[in-house]
Design a protein. Structure first.
Length: 331
């Protein structure tokens, strides 16, 4: 018994589907433009009424490239009123991921030729070298503006003992307190400790930061220093003596007890640092320092504006309450 075999041309089907999507985008945008013109005129086409603000005077064509392909727009021409549309700008903002992808490819070291090839495969349009250069300049300007924005209300800077960070913090945020990362501090002590004793020393250090007040922590640190010296760990004891105070800033007011575990280390930045490292390793080498700076800043900007960056890490309301309680004392 013979069977009829139905064959499908996958490429033809994909092409037809893509064209349907493109037509849908084109029709939707044109319909929205007509609605916006009607709203501005306060009247439908050929409608006569006292509330009319102006008149239609035909259309002019404008093409824009979208993920669905190139669409042709019939832009309304009006008399007596200026037609200013926000629809195209809103749509272009949604399409900005295309531009950002081009810049990321460029910053990642992809050649202009390859960028053109990739865009032609993904979006059925070729991007010239001059377009990539223009997009880079525009995005660089936005990144630079974001990078130099003013950060108000900085109370605490958590970092390791890098002198560059400390000097920059004193200059840019003179009113902010410095908290030395506890984890980095432990590593500094461990570098002066034999491997066989590191576990024991770790317990001793954790006992300091397990105290419920700064006074108790400082008192505990004195006994730890004495014990380290008794164990002949003179250099480790010196690291503790010289730096323990910097690791206890988080216990000061107005930092609430509920925040202590999270603000005594810079663990929150470690994930971001790993992300930056991942992106820079893809590039390998940069043509200049500004290119490296722009890539790092672009990644930080993306994280800050993404869902990950917008999560609330701390409830600041409790700290604000403690600051208000201190105001009468300050006066």
């Amino acid at each position: 018994m013979s069977k009829k075999i139905v064959q499908f041309d996958e490429q033809v089907i994909k092409s037809q589907l893509a064209e349907l999507v493109r037509q849908s985008v084109e029709e939707t945008l044109n319909a929205l433009l007509e609605e916006e013109a009607t709203r501005l005129l306060n009247a439908e086409s050929y409608e006569r009424c006292d509330e009319r603000e102006g008149y239609r005077a035909g259309h002019y064509s404008r093409n824009i490239t979208t993920k669905a392909g190139e669409v042709s727009l019939d832009m309304p021409k009006l008399k007596g009123i200026t037609f200013q549309t926000a629809i195209i700008e809103r749509y272009k903002r949604r399409e900005s991921s295309v531009e950002e992808a081009l810049v990321e490819m460029y910053l990642a070291g992809v050649s202009t030729r390859k960028v053109s090839d990739i865009t032609e495969i993904l979006w059925d349009t070729e991007v010239s070298a001059s377009t990539v250069s223009k997009l880079n300049k525009e995005v660089y300007s936005k990144i630079e503006s974001w990078r130099n924005r003013r950060l108000s209300g900085v109370r605490l800077i958590i970092a390791d003992r890098a002198l560059g960070i400390l000097s920059a913090a004193e200059e840019v945020f003179p009113k902010a307190r410095y908290q030395r990362c506890v984890v980095h501090f432990y590593r500094n002590v461990f570098s002066k400790t034999p491997t066989r004793l590191k576990r024991q020393v770790a317990k001793m250090l954790k006992a300091i930061h397990a105290q419920e007040s700064k006074e108790q922590a400082l008192k505990k640190s004195e006994s730890v220093i004495e014990q380290l010296e008794y164990m002949k760990l003179i250099e480790a004891a010196k690291v503790v003596r010289d730096g323990i105070g910097e690791t206890l800033t988080y216990m000061d007011r107005p930092f609430p007890f509920e925040h202590w575990v999270r603000i005594r280390t810079n663990n929150a930045l470690e994930r971001l640092n790993r992300e930056i490292k991942r992106r820079t390793e893809v590039v390998g080498s940069f043509p200049d320092g500004n290119s490296a700076l722009m890539l790092v800043a672009a990644r930080c900007k993306y994280v800050a504006e993404s869902q990950w960056g917008q999560r609330r890490y701390l409830d600041i309301s409790r700290m604000e309450e403690l600051e208000k309680e201190e105001l009468p004392l300050a006066g």
